[in-house]
Write a protein that binds this ligand. Sequence first.
Ligand SMILES: Cc1cc2nc3c(=O)[nH]c(=O)nc-3n(C[C@H](O)[C@H](O)[C@H](O)COP(=O)(O)OP(=O)(O)OC[C@H]3O[C@@H](n4cnc5c(N)ncnc54)[C@H](O)[C@@H]3O)c2cc1C
Length: 697
Amino acid sequence: MITDLNRPSDKDLSRLASLLGDRITRDEPIGPYTTYRVGGSASLFMRAMSVEDLHAVSRALEKVRVPVLMLGRGSNMLVSDAGFRGLAIALGPFAEQILLPQPGQEPVLSVGAMASLPIVARQSVAAGLRGFEWAVGVPGSIGGAVRMNAGGHGADMIASLLSVRLFHLQRNIEANVSAANLGLRFRASDLGDEHVVLAATLRLAWGDKAEGESRIAEIVKWRRDHQPGGQNAGSVFVNPVSGASSAGALIDNLGLRGYRIGTAVISEKHANFFQADEGGNADDVVELMTFVRQRVSEAHGIELRSEIRLVGFSSVVAADAGAQTSTERRRDTQLEAAFGSSNTTDLSIPIPSYSEQLSEDVLAELADAFEGDATPTMNLKVVRPADTSGDTPQPEEPSTTSLTLKTNNGRVVIVDDDLRLPIDVDNPIDEQTSSVNVAPTSDPSNVIPESRLSSRRNQIAQKLNANRRRLVRGVFAVIGVLALVLGVLASPIIGVRTIQIEGARYMSADLLIAVEKSLNGKSILTVDTNSAARRLEGDPWVESVRIKQFFPTRLVIEIVERKPIAFYVGVDNRSRVVDAQGRVLAVETGQPTQYLQITGVGPNLAPGASAGTVYKAAAQLAGGLPEEIEDKVLNVGVGGPNQLLMTLRSGTLINFGPPNELQNKLVSLVVLLRRQDPRQIISIDLTDPRTPTVKSK
Ligand SMILES: Cc1cc2nc3c(=O)[nH]c(=O)nc-3n(C[C@H](O)[C@H](O)[C@H](O)COP(=O)(O)OP(=O)(O)OC[C@H]3O[C@@H](n4cnc5c(N)ncnc54)[C@H](O)[C@@H]3O)c2cc1C
């Protein structure tokens, strides 16, 4: 099949890269992602860590169109030396899960797209299933096998595939599509670059484990005897006509075993396997393919068709080498019509729900750890105004103002205490204010004689002078006291000389020294402990600071630091140490293995920043492990924005599902591990903590 050769401009590539931010690496060599291990780089590369990353790609592709290439395990792909001009996507560990049924259950498996075929084959046999042994010698992924309808030894994907979980990059939707709608045919399907296989559901049959194991051994031996190792992508050409001569036989008949062009050579062991030398190049392989096709065409009149996907070659080169053209893919297929409409296969394997009581200790530990659950759905209380019965603020008392009503001889006067002058204290309110709002009167008794008026004026003037003198004396007294206080404060007798620090372990020593310096020598009475505490609280490790002053010269700085719980590795490959709230405390180059690891590749956060919901929940999970199971846990993990995982030291994989109900899920886990030795358990699904599903060995 020929890759979409619409060459995107540099501008489009840059735009897509900036839309996808730090999810993207540029000019990533993708040759090493293939079993041929030759070829160039992808202009843009993303390892999707979750389906959310694919949604982000979809949204970005709506704005700028760029060819997309899904990479599986690269065992059916040859990348040109010029590389791939577009966005190459590989799925991360979230797509590697293998969920096997228990004996007595439907023999149905759910397998992530990146799960390796040989591992699925071996695990299914170990679980007593038969029907997938053929895949043990096919070094690809489930996703690649679905798209190519891989097969061998008389079987192929069609034989067992029930449905696939697909993400549609153009339509930005995810759906289960039944196998019947995938257009599966010999080494091909209707899946295009817009269809991302996320997982597959396979129906096998219960069988005899020993028989399965001997079949596996037989297949492995046959492969070793008949196929070469080294750098290749399996059969190069599709067998032309079923039942007639194989492509290998046609090439062999021409005596081409061992034929070499540059760094590419036809295998001596199998004429349809073309090997690349170590450090070789893809263009030699494609040239060899073109040469062989020509020879077979001339000798037998048969046009061989490439089984290998040729990536990044010009359409002419790819067509000469026998690549399918994209028009060979069926258009407007059932696949598009059926997308999202088929039913989901229910894979849950319920076990009886737990009834044992947990000890008070475990419950107390859990309650403590999850008091402030980091996950958004927990402990979230929406308080509407009507709910606030107890807390409803009472209607405010009318504030007491200085405005009062007084009567003066039956007349209403308005008295504003705030506006009264200090000198008025000697005079009754009514006298002072009686002139306010008093209507002019014609009553002669109200007329005051001139002699009384002038003696009154003198009295007032004397009082005013006396008041002024008192005021001046008071001001000088205050200034004197202030000067004395300042003198004492500035005196070295009460300057800070001893600073005692408690609780600092991880925080920056430089910051501590700087703050100490800023406090040293300051008066114990006036030293600004608040701003010093705020400075220290700026350190990501510091949760709170209290500075106590002890007269005459001692300060005690009490520091409460955050507790490092776990670490995750960011996209930049540097470790982020986080606390139980998912707050990044430090960024380190190595792996601080003294803490629990949160697997998965997380965001490149700086110290002080808080991780997103799922990492927060993973940190909380790591910090909330009851003592009873703490030693059994190897790591916690993030499988996507909605999936928390945990691996036990026994190898048991635990799917916590979405990051909610963590306390209940842990309760469920503790109960399960009390019942059953984890060494006997392959996996536990706690998505619904009330009905956990357990896959035992
Ligand atoms: C030594 C050897 C032996 C082999 N024997 C056999 C054999 O017996 N039978 C056989 O059929 N094949 C065989 N192959 C070829 C190959 O292993 C299979 O085709 C395999 O299924 C490809 O899977 P992959 O993950 O490596 O796909 P890749 O090579 O990575 O990709 C193949 C195609 O699938 C697409 N793709 C990959 N992942 C996804 C996804 N998640 N969603 C959507 N599209 C995706 C890619 O874009 C590409 O178009 C052999 C290869 C080797 C090296």
